[in-house]
Design a protein. Structure first.
Length: 144
């Protein structure tokens, strides 16, 4: 497969079965149910999702959201997920997904971007650094 055979588009509700399979590969089997994913595609109007398709089969996705805080004068965006199946990696698909997402987020008013990845995910960090992202000294605290 070459990169030219892959098309990028915004997600559609009928992509739920394929996205469920991809999410199982990305986050571990059973991380989220098909029903939750299908419901999110219909009801979550804040999340933006682009998919990479090889014909009828999805081979990757990128998710993002735009936020506005009363504390800051500009909107910011978080690119929350980026995944490409193993067999399609190192073909520029992740770059294309990230590029189309960044463009969409800017069109929606985002002027500042956040992206999270594991400190050990060298391939992802290198991709993000090539897009002008920089590592920060901030830490993330979680609960729940």
């Amino acid at each position: 497969m070459d990169d030219n055979s892959i098309t990028l588009r915004q997600v559609q509700p009928d992509d739920a079965p394929e996205l469920h399979k991809l999410n199982d590969l990305f986050n571990g089997e059973g991380c989220n149910s098909f029903k939750n994913i299908a419901d999110s595609l219909i009801n979550n109007t804040q999340e933006i999702i682009f998919v990479a398709a090889d014909g009828e089969s999805l081979v990757g996705f990128c998710c993002g959201q735009v936020f506005q805080s009363m504390c800051y004068p500009v909107k910011y965006a978080e690119i929350t997920e980026l995944f490409v199946v193993d067999r399609c990696r190192r073909q520029g698909i992740g770059k294309r997904l990230l590029s189309v997402m960044e463009t969409e987020l800017m069109e929606r008013g985002a002027q500042h971007f956040h992206i999270l990845t594991s400190k050990d995910n060298t391939a992802a960090k290198n991709l993000y650094l090539s897009f002008g992202f920089a590592e920060t000294s901030e830490i993330i605290l979680e609960k729940g």
